[in-house]
Design a protein around this ligand. Structure first.
Ligand SMILES: [Fe+2]
Ligand SMILES: [Fe+2]
Length: 271
């Protein structure tokens, strides 16, 4: 029996189990369920911090839309194109909802600020997402997969919320994002599983290198972003870097079908 056949299927249950295993091992201070019922935004300062946090979220989604729109024309694979058309539609709708909600609450159109932050993503990521198909996979790993543990932990420790945003997140964003993760994995496996052992070793080495480059490029942004999340929602971020690093190893191990212990040492988000 090969390693591939013994691996559990990648499901949302598998994600939660893996993240809880990581918490138990590396950061037992983090809760495995939601700790307290969050309260609503109250003060003007809280609203300002919330806008900043959500503008960052809208920029993340709009940047994904822009990258995927470039790729859809560059890789003429109908399976990928059909998947990307869904991802573009969903992440575009997430950005649009967020933009409208901030506009509604603040009375100001946040588009200019969102666009500035999208530009920032293009600057720190450089051409990595559109360099070649493996650069694009590294992009998808970073923008859809590697952030999952942090998002789940945030949802468990958030103290302040906008209920309208929370409802959209649980009813629309969460299920859409699961589809995106499964879609990236399915397309990746459709290529990787067909490769010979020699080709696989070559592809794995290249993807690891590109994923490491992505990590180095994203580190300053992630540090800053987590602080923005903490300031806006009160979510716990102390020790989250260790969980991020361990989760990223799990994702890469699964994608490359290489046991965790056999992966090289990786760049840490805290570097
Ligand atoms: Fe999204
Ligand atoms: Fe997404």
């Amino acid at each position: 029996m090969t390693a591939t056949l013994t691996r559990p299927a990648w499901t949302t249950d598998f994600e939660i189990e893996t993240i809880d295993k990581i918490i138990a091992k590396h950061a037992p201070n983090f809760p495995t369920t939601r700790v307290q019922e969050p309260r609503q935004l109250t003060t003007a300062e809280e609203f300002e911090k919330f806008y900043r946090f959500r503008i960052g979220g809208a920029a993340h989604d709009l940047y994904i839309v822009q990258v995927c729109s470039k790729i859809i024309d560059q890789i003429p694979d109908p399976d990928l194109q059909l998947f990307l058309s869904r991802q573009i539609g969903d992440d575009g709708a997430h950005a649009q909802f967020t933009r409208q909600r901030v506009w509604e609450l603040s009375g100001q159109d946040p588009t200019k600020k969102i666009v500035q932050e999208v530009q920032n993503h293009w600057e720190f990521m450089g051409d990595l997402p559109i360099r070649n198909w493996l650069g694009f996979i590294a992009f998808e790993l970073h923008y859809e997969l590697h952030i999952v543990a942090q998002l789940i932990l945030n949802s468990r420790t958030t103290k302040i919320v906008d209920p309208v945003t929370s409802k959209f997140a649980s009813q629309t964003i969460l299920p859409d994002e699961a589809v995106h993760r499964f879609g990236v994995l399915a397309w990746w496996q459709s290529k990787y599983d067909k490769a010979s052992q020699t080709e696989k070793a070559e592809i794995a080495a290249q993807l690891l290198e590109l994923d490491e480059e992505g990590q180095r490029r994203r580190n300053p942004y992630l540090q800053k972003h987590w602080q923005i999340v903490h300031d806006a929602t009160g979510a716990e971020i102390a020790g989250i870097g260790v969980i991020y690093d361990a989760w990223r190893r799990e994702v890469l191990s699964y994608f490359l079908d290489i046991p965790i212990a056999e992966l090289p040492q990786l760049v840490s988000v805290s570097e």
